[in-house]
Design a protein around this ligand. Structure first.
Ligand SMILES: Cc1cc2nc3c(=O)[nH]c(=O)nc-3n(C[C@H](O)[C@H](O)[C@H](O)COP(=O)(O)OP(=O)(O)OC[C@H]3O[C@@H](n4cnc5c(N)ncnc54)[C@H](O)[C@@H]3O)c2cc1C
Length: 381
């Protein structure tokens, strides 16, 4: 059965992304993992190719594409290379840039968007704090008025692109008494006095991404640095999370499918007891089940992409896509490791790293438990 949500324009775009990644990233993935970073040259080159500004209007340096399928194609191709590349670019282009595109003032758009599209201003999003991520409404970083300024104090943790980001859209408490309705988004430049970053965090997987803690000590900003409405940050985040979760779902499946296809090749080539290990009925059925699982999940995610383009993707649809595909990805990759035998546990084998990389997908962008909580509430429970 041919997948049908993409037309020839999307496939031409896919070919250009793939050509770029094969040339600019694939030869350097070991270096990226060792450096715990994707170098700035990658961002600048990706910017030149027009891959970082798909949703950014043309007058601000982007492609002004009004079709989320291009984003989906980009994420599929990035995740085929590795999951960290998908998450770093996703945070910059698909998750954080839309806050500026949709909520920014004209002045803010002029100030930041051309640099974002060009890969010169690298973005991150700061929601999670050391004291908690799931209960976003309880965040503790504060901004207090002082004349023309807001004075920001607090910290964020686990921030993707955090070590190298130039601008961090940061959720900050502006009205302590108002809980969820007292949170505002500030765009905090890394050059601000009082802004500092911790070390690159030592993670179980996704070695290539520079995840970091951020600290704010009397950082002074003004109203011009507020993104969206004062005290409206929580609602803004809730409105943006479905796209973030859909991006996760697309990535989860693309990553799982890539490794599954590589595992199929391995299962045909590797011999035991005089025959290919894939020909043992257990492994044959196991692979048949994994390909079926990925294809069936893909059908749901594809429908979510179409719904999102039509403005009809609900937070519940996105929550279902996000938790289900992260579970599928982890199950599939665990089986892939098993099929590789001992080699599946060796870091020099891609399958081992992919298995480590996948684990976080059940935790971030709203954990699977939080996704089920949302779905359960929608069921009236
Ligand atoms: C590699 C990585 C990159 C990340 N990148 C970013 C980023 O760029 N920006 C950002 O802001 N954050 C980022 N995060 C943070 C991520 O979103 C949080 O880790 C996540 O939301 C969970 O928050 P927490 O770690 O504080 O866990 P907690 O909120 O402390 O939760 C701990 C456990 O309790 C469960 N739990 C909590 N509440 C409930 C409930 N009501 N019902 C059932 N179970 C519950 C959770 O599911 C989890 O299993 C990243 C995390 C990682 C690991």
């Amino acid at each position: 059965m041919k997948r049908s949500i993409y037309d020839e324009d999307h496939e031409a775009f896919r070919a250009s992304v793939k050509e770029f990644l094969d040339r600019s990233v694939v030869p350097h993935v070991e270096q990226h993992a060792a450096d715990k970073a994707i170098p700035r040259e990658f961002w600048l080159e990706a910017g030149k190719q027009g891959f970082l500004g798909l949703e950014i209007p043309e007058e601000h340096g982007g492609a002004g594409a009004d079709d989320y399928r291009f984003n989906a194609v980009l994420f599929e191709e990035l995740n085929k290379v590795n999951a960290a590349l998908g998450s770093c670019v996703g945070i910059h282009a698909d998750i954080t840039a839309p806050y500026l595109v949709e909520l920014g003032t004209e002045e803010q758009k002029k100030r930041w968007l051309p640099g974002v599209a060009a890969g010169e201003i690298l973005l991150a999003i700061g929601m999670t704090e050391p004291s908690g991520g799931s209960d976003l409404a309880a965040l503790k970083t504060t901004a207090v008025r002082d004349g023309e300024h807001w004075v920001i104090n607090g910290s964020k943790t686990f921030i993707t692109n955090g070590y190298s980001a130039d601008l961090v859209i940061t959720a900050v408490r502006t009205s302590p008494e108002k809980k969820a309705r007292g949170i505002t988004l500030f765009a905090i430049p890394a050059t601000a006095e009082g802004y500092s970053r911790g070390r690159k965090l030592d993670k179980v997987g996704q070695d290539e991404s520079d995840t970091a803690e951020l600290f704010f000590e009397n950082v002074r900003l003004t109203d011009d640095d507020i993104v969206g409405e004062l005290d409206g940050g929580f609602i803004h985040m809730m409105q943006k999370l479905p796209q973030e979760r859909l991006g996760c779902a697309i990535s989860n499946l693309a990553h799982a499918r890539q490794i599954l296809e590589e595992t199929l090749v391995y299962a045909k080539e590797r011999k035991a007891f005089g025959q290919g290990i894939g020909s043992f009925q257990h492994n044959k059925f196991l692979l048949a089940e994994q390909f079926t699982t990925v294809d069936v999940a893909q059908a749901y995610v594809d429908q979510c992409v179409i719904a999102h383009d039509a403005g009809e993707l609900t937070p519940i649809d996105a929550a279902k896509a996000k938790w289900w595909t992260s579970q599928v990805q982890n199950d599939v990759l665990d089986h892939c490791v098993q099929i590789y035998g001992g080699y599946g546990f060796m870091n020099e084998y891609r399958v081992a790293r992919a298995w480590r990389d996948a684990r976080v997908s059940k935790i971030w962008a709203g954990s699977n438990e939080i996704m089920k909580e949302l779905i359960g509430r929608d069921l009236g429970l």
